[in-house]
Design a protein around this ligand. Structure first.
Ligand code: NI
Length: 271
């Protein structure tokens, strides 16, 4: 999530044996996304600006009730297991979840980065920074400006929870950034962390990108990211999951789908 030691321009592409294409195949990704959105009865709209930036938004139909949950992926183009994991989730999640929860998806925020296998977008901007006022003076990318322009809508869609799925190409181990209106990580944070840990050993206690990590969690670290902004924007809880980019791609995709499932199941489980 943090960028200080990361190369925004280096390309990372993996072959996807199960999907039969490369991890940066935007055409294959888009075709499958469209088919799954239709199968699930999701409304598909495109957020766009005048410079050609486009972000797909999928959401439940107006009759669906239940918790409002927003899942986002593909902020960073060298982290493809999030978007591909989202397709896996849409393909395999129980049908009744789509009737019991108001599910919305930003399946691929940084299209140009994804197609190039590069962290940053085509303009060299970091799409997960600058959402909030910050002491570093980080400003939003084109994608960030577009999402900020739809703040009220996103606030509604993610009112009961926001999950943003990332990867860390420098790591062998998994971890989670989580945000709650609480002093300690609650069941929401622990559920996502434990879901990640079913696939990967968790990062040891210490620091990651200058943030303190304990028990696989970086908790309430207020940076200028999308997930930090969405909490400030009224979401009940938000998280940014990190699968390890130094591990094989297949379990990374499986882990992302599993964490999305854990996120929805947690919101649907009575406390
Ligand atoms: Ni990232």
């Amino acid at each position: 999530m943090s960028e200080m030691i990361r190369d925004g321009e280096q390309s990372h592409v993996w072959p996807l044996p199960d999907e039969g294409c490369a991890s940066n195949d935007l055409v294959a990704f888009t075709q499958r996304l469209d088919a799954l959105a239709a199968r699930r009865g999701l409304l598909h709209t495109t957020l766009a600006d005048t410079s050609g930036v486009q972000i797909s938004l999928l959401q439940s139909g107006p009759m669906v009730q239940g918790p409002a949950l927003l899942i986002a992926a593909g902020f960073h183009g060298e982290e493809p297991a999030g978007p591909w994991g989202l397709l896996r989730f849409l393909d395999t999640a129980p049908d009744d979840w789509f009737a019991r929860a108001r599910l919305s998806f930003l399946p691929l925020v940084n299209r140009t980065g994804f197609a190039a296998g590069r962290r940053f977008n085509a303009w060299g901007e970091n799409p997960n920074r600058g959402f909030t006022a910050n002491p570093r003076g980080e400003t939003p990318s084109r994608e960030g400006q577009l999402l900020l322009a739809h703040a009220a809508r996103l606030q509604q869609l993610g009112r009961d929870g926001v999950l943003s799925c990332h990867e860390d190409v420098l790591q062998q181990h998994g971890y989670v950034y989580s945000f709650e209106h609480a002093a300690q990580p609650g069941p929401f944070s622990l559920t996502l962390r434990d879901s990640n840990a079913r696939f990967f050993t968790l990062l040891a206690d210490g620091e990651v990108d200058g943030c303190p990590v304990q028990d696989g969690l970086v908790f309430n670290h207020r940076d200028s990211s999308f997930e930090a902004w969405m909490l400030q924007n009224g979401a009940a809880r938000t998280a940014c999951t990190e699968t390890p980019g130094l591990q094989p791609i297949a379990p990374r995709i499986a882990a992302n789908a599993a964490m999305m499932a854990a996120f929805v199941e947690h919101a649907l489980t009575p406390v």
